[in-house]
Design a protein around this ligand. Structure first.
Ligand SMILES: NC(=O)CC(=O)C(=O)O
Length: 291
């Protein structure tokens, strides 16, 4: 596929760095709607909007089940219905952050991103594949696997602009998902995320820029704002990185919207200048797309 076809035209995007979610799910959804409306006022032709990880539930292993919803497009749950209406009302592609998902067949809970097209149709979902289980001495211990189960598939979404890949937070530490989407022709990787004040300063920018440069794609990380009243202190710093590894937009720590325009010419010209896509040595190492 030629680089010019990867992203069919320029596209304006917004990442909404919402405040760490309150215990009131409906209030969190309303707040997301207020900010989406504001994004469309401030940048009227925004076509793609991203919300943070766990934007309408506490980011806490003992709360995931309580806040979980069954995701069934035929019987839309509270968040699915709400986000679908939002996407349709503003004619946007909406990467609806993540919500805790209950699979009624297995009784398992997942950390799941739900993605809507401009008609409000739920076009796909991504279940966090790599669970955040860490013990950093004098830093942070967190074990999503206490209550969550891991997703089992990579996710690449087809839209009217082209394809993008979706991962969730810790997924960005594993280059394989981004690589798989890029090999399928994605123009961007989008990660609703919630790094923290220990790992954020160490790795947030590094990982965003690495995934961008590895694959010569745009990378978007959308974080909650920092809330020192909550048990989990999100890093903030939602960020957009271009295919050259250049940071084109970055939030601070508070509640904020950041904007960017993704440009096919930036992808194309950089891939011509540094033609990684033509220089891979699948005779030396395996092609990830061939599995
Ligand atoms: N919260 C996460 O899933 C990941 C994270 O904070 C980190 O990798 O650091």
């Amino acid at each position: 596929m030629s680089a010019s076809k990867i992203l069919s035209q320029k596209i304006k995007i917004a990442l909404i760095q919402l405040s760490g979610s309150s215990p009131d799910k409906m209030a969190n959804l309303q707040r997301a709607a207020t900010f989406v409306e504001r994004a469309l006022k401030e940048q009227p032709d925004t076509k793609l909007v991203v919300l943070p990880e766990c934007f309408n539930s506490p980011y806490s292993t003992d709360q995931f089940r309580k806040y979980s919803e069954v995701i069934n497009p035929n019987e839309p749950s509270t968040s699915v219905r709400f986000l679908s209406n939002l996407a349709n009302r503003f004619r946007i592609i909406l990467v609806g952050g993540t919500i805790p998902e209950l699979d009624p067949k297995t009784n398992k809970i997942y950390n799941t991103s739900i993605i809507f097209n401009e008609d409000g149709e739920l076009i796909d979902k991504h279940r966090k594949v790599h669970l955040f289980d860490v013990d950093i001495p004098n830093g942070i211990s967190f074990h999503e696997s206490e209550t969550l189960s891991p997703g089992e598939k990579p996710t690449t979404i087809d839209t009217s602009y082209g394809k993008f890949g979706v991962g969730i937070c810790y997924d960005m530490r594993f280059p394989e998902l981004a690589m798989l989407s890029a090999r399928k022709g994605a123009f961007a990787m989008i990660y609703p995320s919630a790094f923290n004040t220990v790992t954020g300063p160490l790795h947030w920018h590094l990982l965003a820029r690495s995934r961008a440069v590895d694959n010569q794609v745009y990378v978007m990380l959308c974080s909650p704002a920092r809330n020192l009243q909550s048990s989990y202190h999100a890093y903030g710093h939602s960020i957009v990185v271009d295919p050259r590894g250049k940071i084109v937009a970055e939030a601070g720590e508070g509640e904020e919207i950041i904007y960017a325009e993704l440009d096919p010419e930036v992808i194309e010209s950089f891939r011509l200048a540094v033609p990684l896509t033509k220089q891979r040595r699948f005779d030396v190492y395996p092609d990830v797309n061939a599995h």
